[in-house]
Design a protein around this ligand. Structure first.
Ligand code: 13P
Length: 253
């Protein structure tokens, strides 16, 4: 059965002191609450915080993720951090292809495939992001667009490799805007993504793929979104920076 997951993407927020305090608060709250055992909890703090936060997380339910990694394994790539380095500080998952990275840092499907490969080779789970911008939705080409993102970045993997991948559908128009996709819009796209995956990797792998929704998820809308058949949880930005709110979202299942 596919896993349900709530992941917090902190983006470029918090200094080290605030970040450690936030991670500790989430960790303690998770430890105290009765969260269903089948729900995975992921936090993706900034790179500078990972090593220290790994030491303050006690509850093994809270899994540490990075927001990005290099497509290269090592070498003269100033400023880059490899998947292997992330793994060595306790990281277990890596967000790949977030729309902000695609838009501001020119990350192409080809680069994303290399990053995902590197993440898998280093025994971590890639969280692959896809999603359309407003103009593409208004033109009615959002299904086509998401299909091509998935085909281009993921269809070159073997079934064994693919089975490690988590997909996050994040309509760009819903990120940080307070404008959430309706639960019907989210379900429609998630079902489409699962069908797209099925066409290449078959029914079993498609059914076992965790597909997260991201874009202005908060405690007030999480229950409705997560109740959709093909929505297996959320990739949460802004609302994951508040431990209480994040916990409420986790409890929405
Ligand atoms: P917000 O939840 O702030 O809209 O961000 C979503 C996101 O980009 C998560 O990766």
């Amino acid at each position: 059965m596919r896993k349900k997951i709530v992941a917090g993407n902190w983006k470029m927020h918090t200094n080290i002191r605030e970040g450690v305090a936030l991670a500790s608060a989430i960790d303690k709250a998770v430890e105290k609450s009765e969260i269903k055992s089948e729900i995975g909890i992921i936090i993706a703090p900034p790179l500078t915080h990972l090593s220290l936060i790994n030491q303050v997380i006690n509850d093994e339910r809270v899994c540490l993720a990075a927001q990005n990694c290099s497509s290269e394994s090592k070498g003269a790539f100033t400023g880059e951090v490899s998947a292997k380095m992330l793994h060595s500080v306790g990281v277990k998952a890596v967000i790949v292809g977030h729309s902000e990275r695609r838009a501001y840092y020119g990350e192409t499907d080809e680069i994303l495939t290399k990053k995902i490969k590197s993440v898998i080779e280093n025994s971590m789970l890639p969280i692959f992001c896809c999603g359309e911008v407003l103009e593409q939705r208004e033109k009615g080409i959002h299904f086509e667009l998401v299909k091509s993102q998935i085909e281009n970045a993921l269809f070159g993997f073997t079934s064994e490799e693919y089975s490690k991948i988590i997909i996050a559908y994040e309509p760009v128009w819903a990120i940080g805007t307070g404008k959430t996709a309706s639960s019907a819009q989210a379900q429609e796209m998630h079902e489409f993504i699962r069908k797209t995956v099925e066409s290449k990797f078959g029914k079993d792998l498609a059914e076992n793929t965790t597909i997260l929704y991201g874009g202005s998820v908060k405690a007030s809308n999480a229950k409705e979104l997560f109740s959709q058949k093909d929505v297996d949880g959320g990739l949460v930005g802004g609302a994951s920076l508040d431990a209480d709110e994040f916990l409420e979202i986790i409890k929405s299942f």
